[in-house]
Write a protein that binds this ligand. Structure first.
Ligand code: FAD
Length: 424
């Protein structure tokens, strides 16, 4: 079969939030992009994942002109509740650091971004197969794939952005002698449910007890998201509805003020915990953003927000890279009979290239924030989860740490500052 060939400034592998936000913001700067995605739009639209957005994430959605649903349908949370052994303490984000977070589900973020990209005529190929990325160490990298209609396609670009999630194939293209994979796994997981019930409380509750952790989160007025700590090998089908709600209620304290609102469970999943960082996030003409470059355990609600923070750091550096490339192309075109180095519409070179300096700087800047988020996610996870070897001493020590945070305005401010995203 003949291969359909096109050329574009930037080829984006992965049409999740990081990929779509990158595509939209590049388009605003006159840089063309094509996105390819293995799943269908419907599949992503109905996958439940993150729910808490930091203020800069919300601002990006507003500034990218994807619509104002995040402001009209999202809920501002000015604080959260931390609970240990049935004793609740509220962390007042607004009073402590003057910031809030927003509850707005990731599948709605995705819907807004995908709608905006398509409304503006952005090219995206859903449900692709056989993706391959070639030539990332040349000036003319290329994505090859089969589209949903079975047509083989090839996209040549000046730059490839790998936003293909936690199982990224793009990051494996960074040679092993250049790449460091920092990875740890945790001895527990989250058992997540979606249930048809009204909210139990106006804000999220992060609860811990001698039997482990639970998170009471929300989706909307009639569907709620809850999690509890479980063994990574847990089979969700081994737990009945009643056993799930009784267990979560026990973590909150059976006699306490907070009584769970129960309702039919419509989804059950087990989510393993991992921390991963790929260093560097750029190599040759490939950059990574979002979960493709790093993953965090979900305790700190950082994954989606980090993906957007990457995009904030990346887009100006990509613009700088293209400004340099275009200036170089003009200079070369002024020379006698020379071809431009490589920009859209021009023939790219297959000679090996160094990683451009703006893309190196992106990697350094993004990784600084990634490690701050890794630290907070790791710390909050270990503070709030029962450890496998836990004994009365280690439980009371964790309780002491919890009190040191929640009894002190400085401790509370540390939590509030980190949870709401350090104000940048
Ligand atoms: C249960 C759960 C709860 C979470 N809760 C939170 C939370 O409360 N707050 C928070 O901030 N984060 C949370 N996260 C993390 C958050 O969902 C991720 O960090 C976020 O999805 C990252 O976005 P992304 O665009 O980088 O990756 P993804 O959303 O994973 O998108 C990557 C896309 O690339 C596609 N893809 C993969 N391979 C290819 C290929 N070869 N070719 C083409 N396309 C490809 C995938 O299909 C996918 O659509 C949670 C995650 C889970 C699983």
């Amino acid at each position: 079969m003949t291969e359909h060939e096109t050329r574009v400034d930037v080829g984006i592998v992965g049409g999740g939030p990081a990929g779509l936000m990158t595509a939209l913001l590049l388009k605003r700067r006159g840089i063309t992009a094509v996105v390819i995605e293995t799943r269908t739009q419907e599949q992503i639209r109905h996958t439940q994942r993150a729910g808490i957005l930091e203020a800069p994430t919300v601002n990006m959605l507003v500034e990218a002109e994807v619509g104002s649903r995040v402001l009209t349908d999202g809920h501002e949370h000015e604080g959260t509740v931390l609970s240990f052994d049935g004793i609740q303490r509220r962390i007042d984000f607004q009073a402590l650091v003057g910031r809030s977070v927003w509850l707005y589900p990731q599948n709605e973020v995705f819907h807004d971004l995908a709608t905006a990209w398509q409304r503006e005529g952005g090219e995206i190929h859903w449900a692709v197969t056989e993706t391959a990325v070639e030539g990332i160490d040349t000036a003319a990298p290329r994505i090859r794939f089969t589209d949903a209609q079975g047509q083989r396609r090839s996209i040549e670009a000046d730059l490839i952005v790998g936003t293909d999630g936690s199982r990224s194939m793009c990051r494996k293209l960074i040679p092993e002698d250049v790449r460091t994979d920092h990875f740890i796994s945790y001895p527990f997981a989250w058992f997540g449910i979606l249930c048809e019930a009204p909210p139990t409380a106006p804000e999220l509750i992060y609860a811990n007890s001698e039997i482990g952790f639970a998170l009471i989160s929300q989706r909307n007025e009639s569907v709620q998201r809850m999690y509890f700590q479980c063994d990574p090998d847990t089979d969700p089908e081994d737990w009945t509805e009643e056993a799930i709600f009784d267990h979560i209620q026990q973590v909150l304290g059976v006699e306490g003020e907070i009584q769970l609102k129960r309702g039919p469970i419509i989804e059950k999943t087990v989510l393993p915990f991992r921390s991963y960082v790929c260093d560097p996030l750029s190599h040759g003409r490939l950059v990574l953003a979002g979960d493709a470059g790093h993953t965090v355990p979900p305790t700190g609600a950082k994954g989606l927000n980090l993906a957007f923070a990457d995009v904030r750091a990346l887009v100006p550096r990509v613009e700088e890279f293209f400004t340099g490339l275009r200036a170089q192309a003009v200079t070369q075109a002024d020379g006698v009979g020379q071809e431009p180095a490589s920009i859209s519409g021009a023939q790219g070179s297959s000679a090996a290239v160094e990683t451009p300096e703006p893309l190196r700087r992106y990697s350094r800047t993004a990784l600084d924030r990634v490690w701050k988020a890794q630290n907070f996610s790791y710390w909050a996870t270990n503070l709030l989860h029962r450890q496998p070897e836990e004994n009365p001493f280690t439980h009371k020590r964790r309780r002491g740490e919890f009190d040191a945070i929640t009894d002190s305005v400085h401790g509370q401010a540390y939590f509030a500052d980190s949870y709401t995203g350090w104000g940048d």
